[in-house]
Design a protein around this ligand. Structure first.
Ligand code: NAP
Length: 279
């Protein structure tokens, strides 16, 4: 029988721990304010921004939401980030992605001061994490590490395969597994003999961005499978990058979608806000 890794429960545990920590810090006069910038009215982005606002309220940190119109220029956005960088009341700045097409997302993300980059996307933070220095860690991969640790799954010495090499999931995921002393292989769209490699994994993290891409023939018997993917099908039901029903019986532990990695991302954003820069 396989274990279902419960991201809802683990993310709630983390939020509760952070709530206590934030309350203790408040008593010492230390508070934190997160600035969240949303450009346009993309409904999914609005849901994410609201989730972040609610999480801040639960944990006990301030949130300021800057709602800007779809036609906001890149210069206006950079100006706002510049002001927030200078504002000593603001501890963290987050720009909700995706941005409208006329805005260069990379330029915007790089304008955020690395000291306030709670999403961990700035090259300075990415670099710091890679070389083992303190820095904000990208929230989704940090959440995967917490899911593994808090489910009693050891990473050290394990064959870890990451399927996907995006800057926000695959690459930082590989760095974090390496930091935990896993033996890490990263696969991508040019990888040859993909199934041969994924079948070597003791821990397989899937961030391929394709619904139900990973089927049972990609997975070694007894492996741990972490599904980062999130997709909504025609019936408005959520599914991941892993075909859960066919894969789960071959695993020792697996994350469901929804209720696996998804809830961890906001919990780790709260972690970055309360605990600050961490390795
Ligand atoms: P992405 O930027 O589209 O990256 C997908 C990666 O998969 C790329 O590295 C790509 O390779 C690789 N890939 C695509 N097709 C492949 C194939 N046939 N064989 C092998 N590799 C292939 O996606 P992402 O931003 O990392 O996100 C991945 C998934 O996670 C998405 O479903 C996304 O919605 C979800 N997500 C969830 C959360 C959360 O909070 N739960 C957060 C972020 C993302 P190349 O580099 O060669 O193109």
């Amino acid at each position: 029988m396989y274990q279902i890794i419960d991201g809802k429960k683990i993310s709630q545990e983390i939020r509760d721990e952070l709530r206590e920590k934030a309350a203790a810090l408040k008593e010492q006069g230390k508070t934190f304010t997160l600035a969240v910038i949303q450009v346009g009215n993309d409904p999914a982005s609005s849901v994410y921004v609201n989730n972040k606002k609610n999480a801040c309220a639960y944990v006990g940190i301030e949130s300021l939401v800057y709602q800007r119109k779809e036609d906001t220029s890149q210069e206006e956005l950079l100006e706002l980030i510049g002001e927030l960088n200078e504002n000593p009341q603001v501890g963290g700045i987050l720009v909700q992605l995706p941005l409208p097409e006329h805005i260069d997302s990379d330029r915007v993300l790089m304008a955020i001061s690395p000291d306030k980059d709670v999403d961990g996307f700035h090259p300075v933070n990415v670099g710091n994490v890679s070389i083992g220095r303190p820095g904000f860690v990208s929230c989704t991969p940090a959440g995967v590490i917490q899911l593994l640790k808090r489910s009693g799954i050891a990473i050290e010495g394990k064959e870890c395969v990451v399927l996907g090499r995006s800057n926000i999931v695959g690459k930082p995921m590989a760095m974090l597994l390496l930091r935990e002393n896993g033996t890490v292989t990263v696969c991508h769209s040019r990888t040859k003999n993909l199934k041969e490699i994924t079948r070597r994994a003791d821990i397989l993290v899937v961030a391929v961005g394709k619904p139900k891409f990973v089927t049972a023939d990609y997975v070694k018997e007894g492996a741990v499978v972490i599904d980062v993917g999130i997709h909504r099908n025609a019936d408005n039901k959520l599914c991941g990058d892993v075909d859960f029903d066919s894969v789960a019986p071959h695993t020792s532990a697996i994350t469901p979608v929804p209720g696996g990695v998804g809830p961890m991302t906001v919990a780790m954003l709260m972690y970055n806000c309360v605990e600050g820069r961490s390795v």
